[in-house]
Ligand binder design. Structure first.
Ligand code: BJW
Ligand code: ZN
Length: 239
């Protein structure tokens, strides 16, 4: 049997079951009365780098304690079974890597990397909390920032191009735990549709993508995704 080409897009909802707050789900995403959208901007960082770093340092402390859940583990298993499988994530938490996925495209960066705003210094830093806020560059003394993509900033063009290709070529796009409102990420599954493939969505609720999906499987992805994969494996005679 020819195995299908699968492209996956994940968002904050897949990590909710690991105890990480999503971006837009109200009460537990509140931090000192700021909306995350207000702080994830270059303007906020220019105005008050310490405040923005306090927000990221707080999130790093939550994330460092988090472990992959059954949805992350399922995606790692899918990668090991399917020769044509690519995971594209909007998440910065590193949980896909920890679950064991090898080929991951990070659209919005990685919270465990810092980079200099003055020179090309970039390095992994897993300390949480950081000893000094805002942190400064060991090479030039400039201000360091989290290596993430804020609103109004361009995504890595190579990463985006490769992601677009993967979705264009996919037979099935799995879209998991994203509100599908942030572009250009939210457009990726449409490439699959335009090229004759189909979209399967996993979310707690319907999203602006739902009208385009062949099916929206409602519920927590840490439950629905493993169940779907067990059935799908059987239809492919992979179990
Ligand atoms: C569960 C669950 C469970 C809960 N199981 N599910 C076209 C149209 C309109 C606007 C634009 C456009 N193109 C560009 C824009 C502007 C902007 C944008 O999209 N704005 C819209 C909001 C209107 N885009 C940009 O600015 C992007 N840059 C860009 O386009 O640059 C162009 C450029 C070119 C050349 C020069 C200069 C510029 C950049 C976007 C960067 C986004 N960054 C953030 C922050 C990253 C760092 C950080 O985390 O702090 O990325 S914002 C935030 O949103 C974060 C997320 O990755 C992203 C997506 O959120 P996500 O993952 O979908 O989370 P939620 O919370 O929204 O949804 C969670 C979902 O899970 C919900 O649906 C729940 O129901 C569900 N759920 N529990 C399954 N257990
Ligand atoms: Zn520097």
């Amino acid at each position: 049997m020819i195995l299908p080409k699968i492209a996956v897009l994940t968002g904050a909802g897949i990590s909710k079951g690991s105890g990480i707050a999503t971006f837009r789900d109200g009460s537990d995403s509140l931090w000192r009365h700021y909306e995350p959208q207000q702080l994830a901007t270059p303007q906020a960082f220019a105005r008050d780098p310490r405040l923005v770093w306090e927000f990221y340092d707080w999130r790093r402390q939550k994330m460092v304690a988090a472990r992959p859940n059954r949805a992350h583990v399922t995606l790692a298993e899918m990668e090991s079974y399917l020769p044509d499988f690519t995971l594209v994530t909007q998440n910065i938490d590193g949980l896909h890597r920890e679950a064991g996925n090898q080929k991951i495209y990070y659209l919005h960066g990685d919270i465990w990397y810092v980079r200099c705003t003055e020179c090309d210094f970039r390095q992994e830093d897993r300390r949480a909390p950081l000893p000094e806020l805002p942190p400064t560059c060991p090479r030039c003394g400039g201000l360091l920032r989290p290596d993430v993509v804020w609103f109004g900033e361009p995504l890595d063009p190579m990463m985006l191009m490769k992601s677009e290709r993967v979705f264009r070529e996919a037979d099935i796009a799995l879209v998991i735990g994203t509100s599908a409102v942030v572009y250009p990420a939210a457009y990726l599954p449409h490439y699959t549709l335009e090229h004759g493939g189909r979209i399967l969505e996993f979310n707690m609720e319907r999203t602006p993508l739902s009208p385009y999906a062949a099916e929206t499987i409602l519920g927590p992805s840490e439950i629905t995704l493993p169940t779907w994969w067990e059935q799908f494996k059987r239809t492919l005679s992979l179990d």
